[in-house]
Design a protein around this ligand. Structure first.
Ligand SMILES: C[S@@+](CC[C@H](N)C(=O)[O-])C[C@H]1O[C@@H](n2cnc3c(N)ncnc32)[C@H](O)[C@@H]1O
Length: 273
């Protein structure tokens, strides 16, 4: 059975393959890559009297880190295994002001309207790290006036956001077909998010783009990067593609390894006061 990456069914499958949501393999990403900045930005917004909602928290790393700095955190995710992991972690660490819920916020599971699992006007900070965009639509209901929304977006922000690496032409077809197609509109995420904000009656406050090098140390790591997040029967075995990957390294790699681009975006909105 073939599952489309980043669908709810795919996350349920992935949660049985690896413990939590993370990128496997070993790569070195240059600092100021967006994920580090997102965490800093979120922590700059935390205050002791705040109630925080985290959308799509997965195994709860961010929710558990925020909890000691705020009054409460409500965090949800559609994937039950992730919520099990985070509940256990909270118990082990004695963190009691976080509530974790299994919830699908998509409209088709909530009588046709996006539904966040929070009470009306109960949230001071809305946080979403690489989760679904639809969650923007219910923010005006759950947020208090003046609340801040912060989101980390994995791609589709920078103008070059949809372009393949220069060495991708040398990949065997079995690996090239796994790459997302070059986007006609590389700013697709920006447009979708601004569209959702407008639909919710909100305005973008800020949008930041990050485009930094990441280095893959050897052909094996390139293979791991290219074949994740696909199922075993969808990808060629390493031995079959090794010669092509070694050629790419010979022709393109520098002293730090093979360069790829790592792209992220962050945005912020403020609920009208
Ligand atoms: C790319 S992962 C990001 C996880 C985590 N926030 C992080 O930054 O590592 C996306 C998450 O969204 C969750 N998700 C996807 N669709 C969802 C939905 N309709 N409702 C709730 N959670 C959803 C997945 O289970 C997954 O944990």
């Amino acid at each position: 059975m073939k599952l489309t990456p980043h669908t709810e069914e795919w996350y349920a499958w992935l949660s049985k393959q690896q413990k939590g949501y993370f990128y496997p393999g070993c790569r070195v990403v240059a600092p100021w890559h967006g994920e580090d900045n997102f965490r800093t930005l979120v922590f700059e917004h935390l205050q002791p009297e705040m109630d925080v909602l985290e959308v799509a928290c997965a195994q709860g790393n961010l929710a558990l880190a925020m909890a000691p700095h705020v009054r409460s955190v409500l965090a949800y995710d559609v994937t039950p295994d992730y919520i099990d992991m985070t509940c256990k972690a909270a118990e082990e660490r004695g963190i009691t002001n976080v509530k974790f819920l299994v919830h699908n916020s998509r409209a088709q599971f909530n009588d046709g309207r996006t539904r966040l699992p929070a009470e009306d006007h109960s949230v001071d900070l809305w946080v979403n790290s690489k989760g679904p965009f639809h969650s923007i639509l219910d923010a005006p209901r759950v947020c208090r006036p003046g609340a801040v929304m912060l989101m980390l977006v994995p791609s589709g922000g920078v103008p070059s956001g949809g372009r393949s690496a220069p060495w991708s032409e040398l990949l065997p077809e079995t690996l090239r077909s796994l790459l997302p197609p070059d986007q006609d509109n590389p700013n697709w995420a920006y447009k979708a998010i601004v569209g959702n904000l407008n639909e919710a009656g909100l305005r973008l406050h800020s949008w930041w783009d990050f485009d930094v090098p990441e280095y893959l140390p050897n052909p094996r790591e390139l293979y791991i990067g290219l074949t994740w997040p696909f199922m075993e029967d969808e990808v060629p075995p390493y031995q079959e593609v090794e010669p092509a990957l070694e050629r790419i390294f010979k022709e393109f790699a520098g002293p730090q390894g093979l360069e790829n681009r790592w792209r992220r975006s962050i945005w912020k909105a403020v609920i009208p006061g």
